[in-house]
Design a protein around this ligand. Structure first.
Ligand code: TA6
Length: 304
């Protein structure tokens, strides 16, 4: 398994477009630089995108000032990969919330660079201790592709290598940067029912845009379309498109939960909102033996 910077550079580096470095956060990252000027940073731990800066633009993703790659917890921010389950494991116990993939080491398996885009593909290491959503030995394999060009595309592909059907829930748990959560809104989910995670999982609907006045934690069901994050105070909008997903999670911890979590930094909750293309709630993926599923997102910025 190629891990040293020199070995990674030799096998997967792409002159001027993709290189590897030791991040000050305490782990190895791939730096992507598209010909048009866009930049992205991907941590090998968790196959986690940490940064995305479009050409001529500013950072799109929020990353906690306390984020670390060398701790037991996942780095707070960017695009954590929740897999092979979303949320708490049905059996509880010591199973980590949002699965084990986001704290596992991923291997680089391929890179590419062209005039249009730079991409990196990573695979979850075969030595990752794995138990699945069903609590059994997990027969699933995972790979992530990050493609940087005019926008940012991230896809999570799962394959069932076992001889039995397997179930999967997952999410690309994307943290978006906003200038002020109090002036941000999410459009495109009006009239879609959601599971209210703050009200015993009751099913509700909300008309119009989502606005934030404290903690909000919702799993929108039958949500298959693009949503728009309007960062009014920041003077921009961010389009979040997706495929392979019928659920979208929207989350902001608010001040009290942010204080309990303790790793968002001073008032960090005011500068972030999660919009997560997911397979969550009733949106459970059933994979037959040999079957494959891809959850993908595409992120692009617009003038407001
Ligand atoms: O996606 C929303 C959510 O499930 C929230 O309930 C909150 O727990 C958040 O994920 C962050 O979870 P984490 O395990 O990263 O602290």
């Amino acid at each position: 398994m190629t891990t040293s910077l020199e070995a990674l550079a030799s096998e997967f580096g792409r002159d001027g477009s993709l290189w590897f470095a030791e991040s000050p956060l305490g782990g190895t990252v791939a730096e992507l630089a598209a010909s048009g000027g866009a930049r992205a940073t991907v941590a090998l731990k968790g196959a986690q995108v940490l940064s995305y800066i479009p050409a001529g633009g500013r950072e799109v993703l929020w990353l906690s000032p306390l984020a670390r790659l060398d701790g037991a917890k996942p780095a707070r921010g960017g695009i954590p990969v929740c897999w092979p389950w979303f949320g708490a494991h049905p059996e509880g116990g010591d199973r980590p919330a949002h699965g084990f993939a986001r704290t596992a080491h991923w291997m680089v398996v391929a890179t590419s660079a062209s005039a249009d885009a730079v991409s990196i593909q990573l695979a979850l290491g075969p030595d990752t201790p794995k138990h699945g959503l069903d609590g059994l030995e997990c027969p699933l394999a995972a790979s992530v592709e990050v493609r940087l060009g005019a926008d940012l595309a991230v896809s999570l592909t799962t394959r069932n290598l076992g001889s039995q059907p397997a179930r999967l829930t997952s999410a690309l748990h994307t943290y978006f940067a906003v200038a002020d959560i109090a002036e941000a809104r999410v459009e495109g989910l009006g009239l879609t029912s959601y599971i209210d995670q703050l009200d015993a999982g009751r099913i509700k609907t909300c008309e119009g845009a989502i606005v934030f006045a404290g903690e909000l934690d919702r799993i929108y069901q039958d949500a298959t379309g693009e949503v728009m994050l309007v960062d009014k105070a920041g003077g921009r909008s961010i389009a979040v498109d997706k495929s392979g997903s019928r659920s979208t999670v929207v989350w902001n911890p608010g001040p009290a939960k942010a204080a309990r979590l303790g790793d968002l930094g001073q008032e960090g909750y005011r500068q972030m909102v999660c919009i997560e293309p997911a397979n969550a709630g009733a949106d459970v993926v059933e994979l037959s033996p040999g079957g494959m599923h891809t959850l993908a997102t595409r992120i692009s910025t617009l003038p407001r």
